[in-house]
Design a protein around this ligand. Structure first.
Ligand code: NAP
Length: 358
């Protein structure tokens, strides 16, 4: 038979009651200390890490801010007697672009889908600069009827248009369609502006020299035009839908520049930088990211600089079909340079909108 050790009698059976109490207390204390040690170390590391980050931010904060701010439009151009139209001008980059161009003396028409928000923005511009000639008109780029009636009234009331800034945009919204059944990103960011520009380009030619600025994004690099499913009905990813629409902006600007050669109306697209604005309103994750890293991001005023530069810089008077970022020429993704894709997108856009634009 194998040897089996006799079971040891429980401590309780041979230790006096008070000694047993102290022994158990000691054991509990030791156990608590051994589990607390890594936790204490972790806490020390977290506090030290936070301290180091705070120190770095305090020491390098001003440099980080300067770097994040990007380039500034240094042109002193005066816009007395010029008329400017900016879409989505009630907030963010659009509002700051409107403010700057109004200070330069232009009559600025702020095209906003929410007139009350637009009037608030116009009032704040007038409060900062009493001579500002800013006015608000209703335009919903998600509705072709609204675009047509906006253009009709505009052509009736305004006899010159020197600068058009296609700025309004939506990003990463849940799958929704415009009134006309287009997926929201491609519908507002590309098709809405395509229709608006087609309706106003005649006036711009008559007002030449004139400039069109299309606000695109670095995100165009990650997009491709899905001709087989432009409205993402097969599968939808809000980030990719945004990238596709921003790529369409770049392609449209280049193709329109080609078609407007010789008219003295130039067209350029811009990437404003990563700007702390309301654009991320549909994505909680992006909003948290923007809040945490706000020091590393541009303010809307800083984000407006490249649009302003393309609208006024003297040296760009005959530059057309280019892409800009930080007030300098910028890289265009290969899929944004394809002439075949540009012609195809042009034809598809005309077909979807039921227009002829040669
Ligand atoms: N922020 C960035 O980091 C960043 C980076 C690259 C490119 N961009 C581009 O910069 C442009 C301006 O963006 P932002 O940062 O200034 O964003 P924002 O503060 O959200 O401004 C977007 C503007 O577009 C308007 N808009 C949206 N849907 C519209 C519609 N259906 N009809 C008419 N107006 C409409 C908005 O009006 P409501 O206020 O009524 O919604 C708002 O005025 C966009 O084209 C965006 O894609 C921004």
């Amino acid at each position: 038979m194998p040897f089996a050790a006799p079971p040891s009698p429980p401590l309780r059976s041979f230790l006096p009651r008070h000694q047993l109490f102290f022994l158990l207390q000691n054991q509990r204390l030791l156990a608590r200390q051994s589990t607390n040690l890594p936790r204490t170390m972790l806490l020390v590391f977290i506090i030290a890490g936070l301290g180091a980050v705070t120190l770095l931010v305090v020491l390098f904060g001003p440099h980080i801010r300067n770097f994040a701010a990007g380039a500034v439009c240094k042109s002193p151009a005066c816009l007395d007697g010029k008329t400017v139209l900016i879409t989505g001008a009630n907030t963010g980059i659009g509002k700051e672009t409107a403010r700057d161009l109004a200070i330069r003396g232009a009559r600025v028409i702020m095209a906003c889908r929410d007139v009350a928000k637009g009037e608030e923005a116009a009032a704040s511009i007038r409060a900062a600069y009493s001579k500002a000639q800013v006015e608000v008109r209703e335009l919903d780029l998600a509705d072709t009827c609204s675009i047509r009636s906006f253009a009709q009234e505009f052509l009736r009331d305004v006899d010159r248009l020197h600068i058009l800034i296609n700025n309004a945009g939506v990003m990463m919204c849940p799958y929704t369609k415009t009134i006309d059944g287009f997926e929201m990103h491609i519908g507002v960011n590309h098709l809405g502006h395509f229709l608006l520009t087609s309706l106003l380009v005649g006036l711009m030619k008559r007002s030449a020299p004139a400039r069109i600025v299309v606000v695109s994004s670095l995100a165009h690099n990650f997009g491709w035009v899905r001709f087989h499913d432009l409205h993402s009905q097969g599968s939808y990813n809000s980030g990719l839908a945004y990238c596709q629409s921003k790529l369409a902006n770049v392609i449209f600007a280049r193709e329109l520049a080609r078609r407007l050669k010789g008219t003295n109306v130039t067209v350029n697209s811009v990437h404003p930088g990563t700007v702390n604005s309301d654009l991320t309103r549909h994505s909680t994750l992006m909003t948290i990211f923007m809040t945490v890293f706000s020091m590393w991001l541009k303010t809307p005023r800083e984000g407006a600089q490249t649009s302003i530069y393309c609208a006024v810089a003297e040296e760009l008077h005959s530059v057309s079909g280019k892409h800009f970022s930080d007030c300098a020429p910028a890289f265009v993704a290969p899929q944004g340079r394809s002439e075949e894709t540009a012609r195809r997108l042009w034809d598809v856009s005309c077909e979807l909108l039921g227009i002829e634009w040669h």
